[in-house]
Design a protein around this ligand. Structure first.
Ligand code: NAD
Length: 502
């Protein structure tokens, strides 16, 4: 039996702190209080490894959104946060990072239970990156400068710009990396002096609630961070439309991004969108093949392919196509599927039965449209939402599997036309999305030349990964604006120009 068919991993004992958290009451953080939803409604969050209920959390509606907006508005207009000296804000953000670090094992386990991802991935990737984001932006709190402006006709005028916090921010987060993405929104918004309402995805609310507890423990003033668990169509939609919210920052699907843009026009909110992707991975014959093959497999199978930047389109030089495909397939066949909390697990389940049906539907459609199933494609038996790491060959740009975001562990492998660099970039750019691109080559001319031509917000050569200082975001239907880096914090500010006649 292949390793990934063996998913009958037993339910593992949970540490007391995690069991206690799961048994607790999961309410909304509004101002300084944990309160039930005004409607009294709750929603269940499930363990994707077996479909059982992990916990019930409050399900916020429009009335709760309104209460949270009022709390955030009070904290912004009359609370101490925006007017607090930046170095004090920085110290509080750093304290929050320290608290997250001290509780990282527990948070990683909660994330693994709620999302299904391997606990080691949560502990050694999601959590460190989240902590680093808070520390990086703590440093920015004291460095948000305006500029002195050289006027074209100064006369007796002196002019400069100020950067001011944009105000009350609504932050809507998806389920694939809940804690890390929450951190990528909270950290710069806090450093800029904004107040906020964070809404995690209905599928994965738990670590946002734990984060809310740590925000209180760190000592942030009431109302600076409010946390609403709830459905997108109710709580999320009410946030997007609320006239008291100055900016929405959203990570999720392109379809929802479009709805948010429409809703946000009521008061012309500032909007940042981190949406879907269909990242090309391009392998040249001069690359370090061992690293390129491992990198290509990691790019699509990490987090069970549920990464906006997943390397879902593989373009290989014809001379090394067979070697690359066989290498990636060999890795795929040996990936151990299982419960995320089992330390032996290399790939967890997908998030829900709907996602599982969607992914396997794409695999079937791909074959109906002419693709060849090289490996995987199956749904291991059992009650969890598992799908095998899958590779499709003979794929073309006419197929849904190549054009659309699958958001699962499905790789479409193609040969590229090696004649000239323009043709390679034209093929890779043949997508509505433009989030990322990965190149494997030792030729620096090819690397820099192609990096220029690719229509993608992030290009990585001979590797992958994130850094808090590197702007992240997409061209085309992959979004608006950037998170991380200078751009990430400036997106939480308004620019005011001041001119003084002396
Ligand atoms: P989704 O759009 O269904 O949901 C994301 C969030 O939006 C959830 O919190 C949800 O409750 C909320 N939401 C849903 N409908 C809403 C509405 N009408 N108004 C306001 N909020 C609403 O996306 P998903 O399925 O949870 O996440 C997967 C998608 O996210 C993929 O397309 C993926 O590419 C994208 N994603 C992008 C990035 C990035 O940085 N570019 C990162 C992670 C995920």
């Amino acid at each position: 039996m292949p390793k990934h068919m063996d998913i009958a991993a037993p339910l593992l004992p949970r540490p007391a702190s995690v069991a206690k958290f799961l048994d607790g009451q999961h309410r909304l953080l509004i101002g300084d209080d944990w309160v039930a939803a005004a409607s009294g409604e709750t929603l269940d969050t499930l363990d994707p490894a077996d479909g059982t209920t992990l916990a019930s959390v409050a399900s916020a509606g429009a009335e709760d959104v309104d209460r949270a907006v009022q709390a955030a508005r009070r904290a912004f207009e009359s609370g101490p946060w925006p007017s607090m000296p930046p170095n004090e804000r920085a110290r509080l953000i750093w304290r929050l990072a320290d608290l997250i670090e001290a509780n990282a094992d527990e948070i990683a386990l909660l994330e693994s239970l709620d999302n299904g991802k391997p606990v080691g991935d949560a502990r050694h990737f999601d959590l460190p990156h989240a902590i680093e984001l808070f520390r990086y932006y703590a440093g920015w709190a004291t460095k948000l400068n305006g500029e002195s402006i050289a006027l074209s006709n100064p006369g007796t005028w002196h002019a400069y710009t100020l950067r001011e916090p944009v105000g009350v921010v609504g932050q809507i987060v998806p389920w694939n990396a809940p804690f890390m993405i929450a951190a990528s929104k909270l950290a710069p918004a806090l450093a800029a002096g904004c107040t906020m309402i964070l809404k995690p995805a209905e599928q994965t609310p738990l670590t946002a609630l734990r984060l809310g507890q740590l925000v209180q423990e760190a000592g942030f003033p009431p109302g600076v961070v409010n946390i609403l668990t709830g459905y997108g169509k109710t709580a999320g939609a009410a946030m997007a439309a609320h006239p008291g919210i100055d900016k929405i920052t959203f990570t999720g699907s392109t379809a929802t991004g479009r709805e948010i843009v429409h809703a946000s026009t009521s008061n012309f909110k500032r909007v940042t969108l981190e949406l879907g992707g269909k990242t090309p991975v391009i392998i040249f014959p001069d690359a370090d093949m061992e690293k390129a093959i491992a990198g290509a497999a990691r790019a699509i199978f990490s987090n069970t392919g549920q990464i906006c930047n997943a390397g879902s389109r593989l373009y290989t030089h014809p001379d090394v196509f067979d070697q690359v495909i066989e290498g990636v397939a060999d890795i795929a066949r040996n990936i151990r599927l299982g419960r995320g909390t089992d330390p032996q697990t290399q790939m967890g389940p997908v998030i829900s039965s709907q996602q599982l049906d969607r992914i396997t539907g794409y695999i079937e459609t791909g074959q109906q449209q002419g693709a060849t199933l090289l490996s995987g494609g199956g749904r291991p038996s059992g009650s969890g939402y598992f799908v095998e790491p899958t590779i499709l060959t003979d794929t073309t740009h006419k197929m849904d599997v190549v054009r659309e975001e699958i958001f699962g562990p499905v790789l479409c492998a193609m040969k590229f036309d090696p004649e000239e660099i323009d043709r390679i970039s034209a093929e890779a750019n043949q997508s509505d999305f433009g989030l990322g691109a990965v190149i494997w080559t030792r030729d620096i001319g090819v690397a820099h030349g192609l990096a220029r031509k690719l229509k993608a917000g992030t290009v990585r050569v001979n590797g992958g990964g994130l850094d808090p200082a590197l702007p992240f975001g997409g061209f085309k239907a992959s979004g608006w604006g950037r998170e991380s880096g200078r751009e990430g914090i400036e997106a939480y500010t308004e620019v005011k120009s001041v001119a003084v006649n002396y």
